[in-house]
Write a protein that binds this ligand. Structure first.
Ligand code: COA
Ligand code: ZN
Length: 314
């Protein structure tokens, strides 16, 4: 038997997925989502953000969420990460036992000012500071380039801007670079144009794609990433997601859609898609919304078939 190639899926539903929710989501509901995700085999969980609670009220219970996660018995190693916008966020994350952080810089001044109250130059300085501190502390650190395909305010992002930002973050010492289509406005050709030169210069290993499915292009873009050698992706259970500072942004690519495509294509995600159904349900309870990727109807039909097999009289 040939070994299936491994894909690393970072579940961001608890962070990106919930940060934009209009109704408060309880810590308990978040932990139920996390439990279901871990039961399904998720190994990378961006669980919280240590941002200003006024900027993103849904992340105000970050410390409580981490404390609750620490109580969940794990069957395998799980990496729990936190988004941190600045040194204050980094210090809060460290004080709460976090060993993996993500720092953000957007592609334009307009977006950085709305999101972080910083110019791009300032956000880049802060990013360098956080990355260097994380390196010194032995903390894994990822740089998010957000608005990498398009900025919600300034339109399509020039490819060379993204290349420069990625190179900078690598130079600062980031372990991983996440290229974010924050508003889901990109297309697969753009992914090729962005990744081609980066992969040539730096290799594909450290790049991650963070895709939103706003216009239904996320899976096609993920596949473009696969053909460029990328093996790391972010996704949200049920397709939850959206940035409060990016008008028009909707959900991340649904974890269940991504897992289905990749497993069918012969990759190993380490995730049991049937068990993701439970996680979608937990996310629906948490948000009071009907959720689910494009694959959900098919998953439901599979469940009915399974039930009928068990109860052949019905
Ligand atoms: N967590 C909690 N409090 C923080 C903080 C953090 N990460 N960073 C700063 N603060 C506090 C400061 O201590 C200060 O408190 P004080 O008034 O009691 O002294 C206050 O916030 C203002 O500090 P300042 O550095 O001027 O922050 P700001 O008001 O310019 O806000 C951010 C900057 C980055 C903290 C804020 O814009 C933010 O949290 N953005 C995140 C947005 C987000 O999550 N977007 C989606 C994901 S990309
Ligand atoms: Zn996002």
């Amino acid at each position: 038997m040939t070994m299936r190639e491994r894909i690393y899926i970072n579940e961001v539903g608890l962070r990106d997925g919930l940060q934009n929710q209009p109704n408060p989501v309880s810590t308990q509901a978040k932990l139920e989502m996390a439990q279901a995700l871990l039961d399904a085999g998720v190994e990378y969980l961006e669980a919280v953000a240590f941002v200003h609670p006024k900027a993103v009220p849904q992340m105000a219970d970050a410390a409580e969420v981490l404390a609750g996660l620490a109580q969940i018995p794990l069957k395998k190693d799980v990496e729990i990460s936190a988004l941190v916008p600045n040194m204050r966020g980094y210090e809060r994350a460290r004080a709460n036992g976090v060993n993996s952080v993500a720092v953000v810089v957007a592609s334009t001044d307009t977006f950085n000012l709305r999101n972080l109250n910083m110019t791009t130059a300032k956000a880049t300085d802060v990013c360098r500071e956080v990355i260097q501190q994380a390196r010194a502390d032995g903390v894994k650190v990822r740089g998010y380039v957000s608005g990498a395909l398009s900025c919600p305010y300034d339109g399509k992002t020039p490819v060379d801007v993204v290349h420069r930002m990625c190179a900078e973050m690598i130079e600062f010492g980031a372990d991983e670079i996440s290229i974010g289509d924050t508003i889901g406005a990109g297309n697969p050709q753009q992914i090729n144009d962005i990744l081609g030169p980066l992969v040539q210069q730096f290799g594909p290993e450290r790049f991650n794609l963070h895709l939103h499915d706003t216009r239904g292009q996320a899976l096609a873009m993920a596949w473009a990433g696969i053909t460029q050698g990328v093996r790391r992706f972010d996704s949200s259970i049920g397709g939850l997601g959206g940035c409060p500072f990016a008008p028009g942004a909707s959900g991340n690519v649904a974890t269940e859609d991504l897992v289905y495509m990749l497993e069918e294509a012969g990759f190993d995600t380490g995730i049991d898609i049937a068990k993701l159904r439970v996680a979608v349900q937990a996310a629906e309870r948490a948000t009071g919304q009907a959720l689910g990727g494009r694959i959900l109807q098919w998953m439901k039909s599979q469940e009915i078939r399974e039930q009928n097999k068990q109860n052949p009289c019905i």
